[in-house]
Design a protein around this ligand. Structure first.
Ligand code: MTE
Length: 359
């Protein structure tokens, strides 16, 4: 399914599409044809009749389940969840210092929200019976990544895997999961970087330590601003998991030329893992003064919320800035320099948008 609406194609093969920010802000649930796409390898062609999900590792009863068995044995559960790639807002970080050239320079377009339905991972793990040493749950995709001669994989801590809203999803927005987004089955880990929501999942392994898959043990690691590609020690660094609170401006766009006077600023805010957005604030003077933005709907766990605020701008140049706080008491860092890392992951600094108003 490559019929995406007004998307930005970063790479055609494997398919990597940014969502159109303007379309993202139109509906709280992103239509499937607008949803961003992040692939590290070609989309595998999976025959649903032959498909089996294997659950093994530190479990009392290893399982091999067909799609029918998964649907019959485990009740369906539905969750509205935002997926955000760890590289969302990387473009701003490139303005501080160059980022690893192999990375896609995502703008505010590697984020989308869908209604996901499937079996709870927790129910499937309960059926397999994790052994006492179990501490992590590793996922392996059925796509073949050239570079590693294996599937894309990653893991989450067992505690997170037992959250009632972590899914093995077979439906997206009320329809069967499309091939681009993981048909016939994908993991959905709300509140975590998108990379942990492994698509085309074929194997779930319960283990004592995190996954050793390249995308857990090497890529998707966070290093401090002092580390560069030349100095990095890949044994170090923090494996990314839970997402931090974030917010960004959708309209106006950076560099917009506007008439002076009343301006409505609109954007999106995302809570950190397991939290809800509590407050969004806008500054129209580069961060000197702040006003509360209005949330357009009650904030939810696992999903973004839309906000808007108005300000009155005289002729001249202005910097609009947004920041948010969530129910876990977390706020965003003010400066891009504080969050810069050479891989360009999890940028949640205040989002700044320069505009110019005509007299
Ligand atoms: N799963 C597999 N098997 N292969 C992948 O390349 N990409 C991951 C994740 N799951 C990936 C994967 C990344 S980095 C992200 S951000 C999300 O899928 C994106 O999900 P989407 O393409 O449905 O938006």
């Amino acid at each position: 399914m490559t019929h995406k609406t007004a998307a930005h194609t970063y790479i055609a093969d494997p398919l990597n599409l940014g969502a159109s920010p303007m379309l993202l802000r139109q509906t709280p649930i992103t239509p499937t044809d607008v949803f961003f796409v992040r692939n590290h390898a070609p989309i595998p062609d999976i025959n649903p009749d032959d498909y089996r999900l294997v659950i093994d590792g530190l479990v009392q009863r290893p399982l091999t389940l067909s799609l029918d068995e998964l649907r019959r044995r485990f009740p369906a559960h539905t969750v509205v969840a935002t997926l955000q790639c760890a590289g969302h807002r990387r473009r701003e970080l490139t303005e501080v210092q160059p980022i690893d050239a192999a990375e896609i320079v995502w703008d505010i377009d590697a984020v989308s929200t869908a209604v996901w339905s499937g079996a709870r991972l927790r129910d499937v793990l309960d059926a397999a019976g994790p052994r006492p040493q179990a501490a992590h749950v590793a996922f392996l995709g059925l796509d073949l990544v050239d570079k590693i001669q294996d599937g894309f994989g990653g893991s989450i801590p067992l505690d997170k895997a037992l959250d009632a809203d972590v899914l093995l999803a077979y439906e997206m927005n009320g329809a069967p999961l499309p091939p681009t987004h993981g048909y016939p089955l994908r993991v959905v880990v709300p509140g975590y970087i998108g990379a942990r929501s492994v698509k085309w999942v074929g194997r779930i392994t319960v283990q004592a330590t995190p996954s050793t898959n390249y995308y857990q043990a090497h890529a998707y690691k966070l290093f401090p601003p002092s580390v560069t590609g030349a100095t990095v020690n890949w044994e170090e660094g923090e494996m990314l998991g839970a997402l931090p609170v974030n917010s960004f401006i959708i309209t106006p766009r950076p560099g917009a030329r506007l008439p002076a006077g009343e301006l409505t600023v609109q954007g999106i805010a995302l809570p950190g893992d397991a939290a809800r957005i509590e407050r969004v604030e806008l500054s129209c003077d580069g961060g000197q003064t702040w006003r509360a933005a209005t949330l357009t709907a009650p904030p939810q766990q696992w999903a973004w919320c839309f906000w808007e605020a108005t300000c009155s701008l005289p002729p001249g140049r202005h910097e609009l800035v947004v920041r948010a706080a969530d129910s876990a008491g977390h706020t965003q860092p003010a400066s891009l320099r504080d969050v810069w890392n050479f891989k360009g992951y999890v940028n949640n600094a205040y989002h700044r948008v320069p505009v110019e108003c005509a007299g």
